[in-house]
Structure formats: structure tokens, C-alpha cells
Ligand binder design. Sequence first.
Ligand SMILES: Nc1nc2c(ncn2[C@@H]2O[C@H](COP(=O)(O)OP(=O)(O)OP(=O)(O)O)[C@@H](O)[C@H]2O)c(=O)[nH]1
Ligand SMILES: [Mg+2]
Length: 575
Amino acid sequence: MHGNLSGLRPAQKKSLENLYRRRIEPGRLGSPELVRNLAELAYDVRREVGVLIDRRGRVISVSVADAKATAFPELRMGENRLSGFHLLHAHPKGGALSKGDLSTLFLKRLDAVAVIEVGQDGRPGLVHAAHLTPPGSIGEEEDWRILPPVAPFEVDAFDLGAQVSALEEEIARASRTRAAQKERERAILIQIDQGEFDAEDRLDELGELARTAGAEVVWRELVYRRNLKAGTLVGAGKLEELTSRAYHLDAELLIFGQELGAAQAREIEAATGLKVLDRTQLILDIFALHAQGQESRLQVELAQLRYMKPRLLGAGAQLSRIGASGGSASSGAIGTRGPGETKLELDRRRINDRISFLEKQLQAVATRREERRKSRGRNDVPVISIVGYTNAGKSTLLNAFTHAAEEPRRVLAENKLFATLRPTSRQGFLSGLGQVVLTDTVGFIRDLPADLSRAFRATLEEIGDADVLLHVVDASAPDFEVRLGAVERILEDLALSDMPVVIALNKADAANPEALRRLQERHGGVAVSALSGLGLSALKEELVQAASKVQQERAAQEVAAQQQAEQWRGATGLD
Ligand SMILES: Nc1nc2c(ncn2[C@@H]2O[C@H](COP(=O)(O)OP(=O)(O)OP(=O)(O)O)[C@@H](O)[C@H]2O)c(=O)[nH]1
Ligand SMILES: [Mg+2]
């Protein structure tokens, strides 16, 4: 027996205990006797009394509590079926089905919920019942259908068994058709709006990230919340609404635009029965998908482990969920993909070992690169590093610049975020300057997850080896200004903001001319289209100027250094 039993007399407890012995005809809501019995007991103890009945008509749990607090056995949640139980309970204060009754029906996937009104004299009044409607049902306002109330002696008239099989049949059919059509995970996106001016753009960006990760976005929502709830972030009511949304849209994935703490993710997962991811996990997942080459794989795995480590403390189900996937980058569910050879071993005892192993490996890679760099010396060929927000068109521009029309030399450019993770250098030619080296690199994003920026630090710092930065801006993005700022902030963090920069306002072909003009007024830069070739010669000229200036300065510095050395030799009389 469950619920609030305090203050009950032994005789009352005994009568409640006896409920376990009741049986009703299978496929019925209840029997007139059970209804009478429940009403009397609720009247007697002045609390709600409910029984959970299985499909064989047996009482499997008795609770002195309202529907929400009723004790449920381990339910077969997440399957495309109902739970196989229905709840029959008595409200001593009278009243029909409450909001709590109905949401319990929905969240626990009950076969039905029924409530018995209890009269002043403890006699049963009307019985109200409701059952779920099939997912995606058209014309149904709610997730449930409320049946017309019946008198207590008519309670066994309703054919619950037939209703349940019809509904389960419909659920199964719907899920079969969808499974046949469905190739990608269906996701619901939530961006919390706390009054940021770019909340809408963040939601758009989250959509792009989700698409790149291979999800199909079936619903997206900006949720305005001044104050966030500690556990559920958006509040239990909102989560209930989202659960219902997911049920009807057949979504299995809930993606939040803000970073979730471990406990939050678990609580939201438990409340909705959905798989929950945050933006950082999504970005990590995309990195894992796109990582090629030893170094990026190590970097991504390190970032993933660092992100997961604090989240594994005290994790139960979630741990096994993530750990179970392991696997390669190309297969597996979103948010669970690992970067390559080694499976993500999420054994808590081994995670630290693995992290320090990866750190050592990366250190070794960095040292080797540093040695190579030194042995190469400063060569006279100017190096231009292409930087910018992800998907701005950096790789496309590199291709356009280096006439890499020939397939094998072409770098990958596509409408995906973080298509490029590994720095790629190509020889180019700028008339007036001669040979140059152009380097394409990983794109930036606002609020770059700290674990990622730490793991990619070496790659990012390499940008500093260049003579000139070519900052590519997507001028067709509605929030180019924010993106431009985000890139500048990251450059600052990398102590690279003093480097000479040429700005390319790319995608001019698709940009709003007025916005482009404003952008140009405020930040300078050359309007180009890497796709059509528009403005490329003007951009080349700018680059030649910037690079020549750097070369001249460097030459002047060398001369000055030489002079100083000579002076010093003269002053000391040494030769
Ligand atoms: N309309 C238009 N689209 C462009 C232009 N330049 C690039 N694109 C498109 O923008 C998308 C991204 O291009 P990429 O070159 O891969 O961008 P990126 O900056 O290298 O992106 P990441 O490596 O993912 O950070 C592709 O679909 C390109 O075709 C342009 O001038 N005009
Ligand atoms: Mg790229």
C-alpha cells in the first residue's frame, strides 16, 4: 500500500489492504461493487483512494494519494504501446477529472483513468473516465478523450478492452508508417529566451546545428523565461506540453539551446521520456562526425570526455545510454558518436586515464609540429590564414583563390557547420606579390564550448603563424554583426587581435544590398562572392597590400636589428 497512511486506524488500513483481493472482469473499467467500496473508503479516510488495475482485472496497487502521487510499477515507457494498467480512484471532495488525472493518464500512458465522485453520505456519484487519443489525431484538441459520465451501476458497460486494442492498433500502425519513412532522428528544439536580443538567431543556429548533425527538426520553440527553474529549466508544465508535442510529432529527441547540467538533463529526461541533448553535445557530435586525421580525432575525443566527466558522477541510466553506443563517427545516434578508433569508454575509473593519455598524445603531436615549423624557418612566402564564423564560406573562398577547380586539390566546402576541422594549406598566387600560402581552418561559433576551444587550442593558435588574417563574414546572415563580434572575441582570447586583418564580406550575391552597405561602412572590408567570383580581384588587391605592408615592416625590423648589432659591435670594439 502506498501514499499518505498517517493517522489511519488499523481497521481502515485493513479495509484498504483488502482492495488487493478484488478482481474485476477483464476489459472493464471497474465493477459496481468496487466503485462503491472505493467511494466508502475515500469518504472514511477523507483522502483520495485509487487502485491500479491490470488487463487481467487484478488490483496491482492501492494508493492513498491523488493520481499524480499514485505508485506505478515499472512502466514500459517509450514503447509504442500503452502501459497495460488503468487507474480507478475516488475523489472524496467530489469533482470530475482533474488536470492532474489527465496528465497522469498521458504521461504514464495509462489504458484509462476513471474518477468516482463521492457524495456527502459516502455513496458513489457519477463516474468519469478518459482515455488517450492516437498520436497525431486530427481534430482532437487534446491528448485524451473524456467519455460521458455514467452512474456507478453502469460502470462495467464500457468496453475498455475493445477501446485499448483499437488504440494500440492505431499507435502501432502510425509508428510503422513513420518508421518506414523515417531515416533521421526527429528532434524538438528549445531555445530559452531570457531577453537576449539574438535569441531568435540562436534558435536558427541551433536548427542549423541539428540539421548538420543529421536530425530532422519537427518543432522549434523559443521559450521566454525571465527566471529558470533549477531542475527542469523551463518548468514541469512546459515539459508536459513538450512531451505531448513529441508524442504527436513522433519526436524522440529534445535539444536545448543552452548548456544543461547533469542533474538537469537527467530530470528533463525522466520527466519527458525523451532523449535530451544540449547545444554543446550537438556541437561535439558534429565535430566527432567531421573529425578526420589523427589530431582532430584526439582533440574531439578529449573535448567529449572533458564535457562528460562531471556529468558521469552519479549518472545511472544516462551513463549506460551514452556508453552503449561507442562506435564509429558515421553510425550511431545523435549525441553518442565517438571520434574514431577508440570507443568512448565511459567507465568512470578509466576516464581520467584516458584524458591524460589523450593530452599526452596531443602534446606529442604539437611538439612534432613545432619542430617541423622551426626547421622550416620563416620562409619568405607570405601566409594568409582564413578565419571566420562557421559556414561563412572560408573553404569556398580558398577554392576560388587557388583555382582548385581540379577535384583532388579542392577542399571540402558544403552547407554544413564545421565542415572543416583540420587546417588545410594550399599554394596560391597573388599578382604583385607572387606565391602565397592560404590556410583554411576550423570555423568559429558564438559561445564556443569551453572544452572544445581548449582541445582545439593548438589548431587555433596556429592561425597566429600567418602574416595576414583573412576574416570571411557571411554578409547574407541576418546576424552577421553578432557573428563578426564573436569571431573577434575568439581572436582576442587567442591573443591574435593585433594581427593585420582583411575582411571579406562574402555571399554578397545573396546579401541584402542595404545591409551590406551598412556592414561595409561600419567594418570596412571587400564585398565578394566566393561562388560567383564577384569582387575577388578587389579582395586580392587588399590582401597584396596588407601582406606587402607586413613584409616591408619585417624587412625594416631586420634592417634595424642589423644596425643595432653593428652599433653594439662598434661600441664594444669586438669584431
Ligand atoms: N550564395 C553564396 N553561397 C556561398 C558563397 N560562398 C560559400 N557559399 C556557400 O556557403 C556554404 C558554406 O561554405 P563553406 O566554404 O563550406 O564554408 P566554411 O566557412 O568553410 O564552413 P565550415 O568549414 O563549416 O566552418 C556552402 O554551401 C557554400 O556553397 C557565396 O559567395 N554565395
Ligand atoms: Mg570550411
